[in-house]
Structure formats: C-alpha cells, structure tokens
Design a protein around this ligand. Structure first.
Ligand SMILES: Cc1cc2nc3c(=O)[nH]c(=O)nc-3n(C[C@H](O)[C@H](O)[C@H](O)COP(=O)(O)OP(=O)(O)OC[C@H]3O[C@@H](n4cnc5c(N)ncnc54)[C@H](O)[C@@H]3O)c2cc1C
Length: 406
C-alpha cells in the first residue's frame, strides 16, 4: 500500500519458503475465493476496524462488510431409498469400481463412473413457501447410491460422520442397492461470517455459519423433503421397488419416523454445506454500509484493487457456483480492459482513468500505473546496497596482503 493515497501497489507472497513481492503496473486483482479473499483483505488492513484492531492490524479502510454476509446452500443428506433392482447396473461401490467400468467410461464415456459425484439428475422446484416464484427455492440432486454404498469406507469419512452414528443408521444395509435425492435450500435467509483467527496469513480464518438460524429455512427444507418422498412414490421409482430406509437417526428416534418433527430433528444432524460459500466481499452501492466492492468490483475506500470471485455475489445464486463465478471473471476482464484501454504508458500523469461506475467509487485515476517509475521506495534499499558493496570492497582491500603492514 501507499498509506497516503491508499493505493494498492502489489502483492507480497511466499513460495517455497521465500518471500516475494510482485508489483502491479496497473492494478491488483484479488481472487482467493469467498473464504480467502476476505481473509487477505483483512490482513491487508481492509475490514471491520474493531476486528482488525484486535490483531494489531493497521486499518487502511474501515469496511465493516468484509467477511460478513457469508451465503451458502443447505443440503440434507439424511434420506436413503432402498430398491430391489436397478435399471442401469449396480450402485454398490465394490461392483462399480472395477476395470470393466473404468474401460467403459474411458472408451464410451458411459457407465456409473461418468456421473460426477454420483449425481445423475438435477431438478429445480418452487416450494409452496417461495414468495418470489421467478426463481426456485429448492434443488434436488439425484444420486446413485447412498452412504451405505461403500459400507462406510469413504463416503462416511468424507462427510465427517462418526462411525457409531453411521453404524446405527446404515450398519444393517451395508452394500445394498440404494439411491437418494439430496434436497437443497437455494435461498436461505441464514448468513454467516469469516473472521480472522490470527494475524498469520498461514493460519486458516474462522468460518461461522449456523444452519437454520431462521425457522423459515427449516420450513423450506421440510417441504423439500416431503417432495423428495413424493418423487420416490411415483410409478417410475416404484417400478424398481423403491422404499425409504426407515432406521431413524438415534437422537431423533423419540419422534415417529417420517413425521414433521422427525425431519426437523434429522435436519440438525444431516445438513451440510454444498460448498457454495459466497457473499463475503459483497458488491453493492455506496449507500449500502455492508458493500465491499462497487459494480466494477473495485474495493471501496482504496484504489487499484478489485475482488473477482464468488465473494462478490450479494446473494448466493440459485445454482451451483462454478459457472456463475466464471461469468464474474469474464465480466471483470471486460471491465478491466475497458478501464485501461486508453491508458498512455509514456505519459502516465496525463491519464485520467475512470471506471464506468456510478460515480461513488474511488476512481482508478491516480498516480497512474507507472507507479513503479514514480515510486521512490526503491531509493533506500538501493543506497543501502551500494553502501554495503562499498564497505565490502573496502574491507577486502584493507585485509588483502598488499595492504597489510607486513
Ligand atoms: C468440494 C467442492 C465441490 C464443488 N462442486 C461444485 C460443482 O460440482 N459444481 C459447481 O458449479 N460448483 C461446485 N463447487 C463450488 C465452486 O467450486 C466454487 O464456488 C468456485 O470454485 C468458486 O470460485 P472462486 O474463484 O470464488 O474460488 P476458488 O475456486 O476457491 O479459487 C480461489 C483460489 O485462491 C486460492 N487461495 C485462497 N487463499 C489463498 C492465499 N491466502 N494465498 C494464495 N492463494 C489462495 C485457492 O487455493 C484457490 O485456488 C464446489 C466446491 C467445493 C469446495
């Protein structure tokens, strides 16, 4: 930073144990994702002042929205359907993970290995709770198999399910043919936050996200679960003998399996993130006190710094986030090219670069991207280097045989 102009000059990083600094000729783009970007901003002095002071970090811009507004999608993994036959082959890991299936996938791109993450279908549905029907509030991920498909070998561990909990629910159906739908709440009201754990950039930040802090989110999930069960009762699924696996989650066994209270209880145990963290450097107008970037993705209160990743979504999109995030990147690259297209490298002082934003932003107009030439921070190390070389040569001359008194 240049503390006076609050202009981002470059990036300091460490690779293979060596600290390096890369200076930007034009501007700095931060793209470390919805968990990494707010962490890096806060470590660089951009964030909620009080929180930064806790870690003795000099405040460059007091932006209280940095790390706030953490959005995600809630997904429920607690429904398993057993079946007496499949239409496409087995769902059991032992029968699926073999050389024949691998070759089939390699040659034809077919078979169970061609379903990424075991997901074979996706549906988007409005529940009756959705007040804005212009886009859906739930998604349904149809999966081959369930937690029992590998007898608790990998899936259980990947979702961090304790062995005793797994055994109590799935122990009696290990390696049986099954399928599932994972219902997802796409527009939850719940919001979390990212906070620093330490000033050390190598320490992960803290992630706070209380699923179902709003009863409305649980209501939507309950509707989604009921829809899933209705789907399993259709002719198509009945033709393969679908039956819901009724062994209850131990801590919810005091409710009758399948009643609303049972599912509300089960949600507390089997709801997971869909890893769609977003919103922690929210885009918004200057009038929004929680906004971190403007509509050009430039960070408020400083210049020459943009954030380009999933953290800028004000609200998590009703979709999986990879494609929307690529769109953010594409749009940002257009905006960056537009900003700099008339820039004259030879006469940086004559440039008045302005973003096309609605005027409330610190504009990119500045000392100009030629700051490397204008910046005099090199002078001190340069003189220091000259002096040390001089001292070295001088001491060498003094200690050489010719100059010794003998
Ligand atoms: C397990 C998982 C499965 C997913 N599956 C899907 C899916 O099937 N479909 C879909 O659409 N979306 C999926 N997503 C979501 C999607 O991958 C993300 O939303 C998307 O990648 C976000 O892009 P991003 O650029 O914001 O962040 P990222 O893709 O996370 O990129 C951030 C980059 O910054 C780097 N970084 C972070 N901090 C630092 C630091 N301090 N120093 C240096 N580098 C740093 C990270 O290593 C990473 O390379 C999945 C996510 C996860 C975690």
């Amino acid at each position: 930073w240049n503390p006076k102009t609050k202009r981002a000059h470059g990036v300091e990083f460490q690779k293979n144990g060596v600290k390096r600094i890369v200076l930007a000729k034009k501007e700095v783009i931060l793209s470390a994702g919805a968990i990494g970007s707010p962490q890096i901003l806060m470590l660089s002095g951009i964030g909620p002042e009080e929180h930064l002071r806790e870690f003795d970090i000099n405040v460059v811009s007091n932006l209280k929205g940095v790390g706030q507004n953490l959005n995600d999608h809630h997904s429920f993994f607690g429904i398993t359907f057993l079946m007496n036959r499949t239409n496409t082959g087995s769902t059991i890991e032992k029968k699926v993970l073999n050389i024949d299936q691998f070759l089939k996938w390699l040659k034809l791109g077919r078979g169970p290995l061609s379903a990424p993450g075991g997901v074979t279908g996706i549906g988007y549905v409005n529940t009756k709770n959705n007040t804005d029907k212009s886009y859906p509030d739930t998604e349904y991920l149809f999966t081959i198999g369930s937690f029992n498909s590998d007898a608790g070998r990998i899936l259980r561990k990947s979702m961090n399910i304790r062995k005793d909990v797994y055994d109590s629910i799935y122990g009696n159906i290990n390696n049986r043919e099954s399928w599932s739908i994972i219902p997802v709440v796409l527009r939850p009201k719940t919001r979390g936050s990212i906070k620093l754990k330490s000033k050390n950039p190598f320490k992960y930040p803290k992630l706070y996200y209380d699923f179902f802090q709003y009863e409305e989110d649980a209501d939507v999930m309950l509707e989604a679960i009921k829809n899933v069960i209705k789907i399993s009762e259709t002719e198509a699924f009945q033709s393969i003998g679908s039956q819901i696996h009724k062994t209850p989650i131990r801590d919810c066994a005091h409710f009758e399996f399948g009643c609303d209270d049972y599912w509300r209880c089960a949600m507390k145990y089997f709801t997971s993130s869909l890893y769609h963290q977003s919103g922690t450097c929210k885009m918004g107008p200057q009038s929004d006190p929680d906004a971190v970037v403007n509509d050009q993705l430039q960070v408020y209160g400083v210049t020459n710094l943009r954030v380009v990743d999933a953290s800028i979504f004000p609200i998590v999109p009703s979709a999986h986030l990879y494609a929307p995030t690529v769109m953010v990147g594409e749009k940002a690259s257009d905006m960056i090219k537009e900003t700099w297209k008339n820039y004259n490298e030879n006469e940086p002082h004559k440039n008045t670069l302005r973003s096309r934003s609605s005027g409330h932003v610190p504009s990119l107009h500045s000392e100009g991207p030629g700051f490397i030439r204008n910046d005099h921070s090199w002078v001190f190390p340069y003189i220091w280097c000259l002096l040390s070389h001089f001292c070295l040569v001088f001491s060498f001359v003094l200690s050489s045989p010719e100059s010794s008194p003998d």
